[in-house]
Design a protein around this ligand. Structure first.
Ligand SMILES: [Zn+2]
Length: 165
């Protein structure tokens, strides 16, 4: 694979599909599944973002880099890409050890568009204070911030709150 990626490992799943794991010198891992015409195109970018404290930094960065990048500078670029009707899955998530950007689609042109958008978001983010204030938190925002509201919604789940207390 070009552009500094090396093949780390590959394995075949129970359905016989080949999965290849590529790693970039930055630490970015790219899992690639070989598909047939009947199967969707899918990709997952996994970045090591181990959590060392409760600051939420990794989760905040996940949100921030989807607020536009050098190639797609508009803050709503992620939502514009999500508006593409022919994807089956397109989102991001942050876990204790990593942050993942993933999608699945049956359409090759859509897969290429989403690959382009995600790779530019990861490698060429356009981090701005005004996007932090919108996406993460700002006390004068009417809605406080997207991530703030996400955390508020999670905190309202009593069973989860009890586990964290
Ligand atoms: Zn989130």
């Amino acid at each position: 694979m070009p552009h500094g990626f090396i093949l780390l490992t590959q394995q075949t799943d129970a359905d016989g599909a080949l999965w290849q794991c590529f790693r970039h010198q930055s630490g970015l891992r790219h899992w690639h599944k070989t598909t047939s015409n009947k199967q969707p195109f899918c990709a997952s970018f996994i970045i090591n973002t181990p959590v060392n404290d409760d600051s939420g930094m990794s989760h905040a960065l996940e949100h921030m880099i989807l607020r536009g990048n050098i190639k797609y500078p508009q803050p709503n670029s992620f939502l514009q890409h999500r508006a593409i009707a022919d994807y089956q899955h397109f989102n991001a998530s942050t876990q204790l050890t990593d942050t993942r950007f993933h999608f699945a689609t049956t359409q090759a042109p859509t897969a290429l568009k989403l690959l382009d958008f995600i790779s530019h978001s990861i490698c060429n983010p356009n981090l701005k204070l005004k996007d932090f204030n919108h996406e993460i938190y700002h006390p004068s925002n009417q809605w406080r911030g997207v991530l703030y509201n996400e955390m508020q919604a999670i905190w309202r789940i009593k069973s989860l709150r009890n586990r964290l207390s």
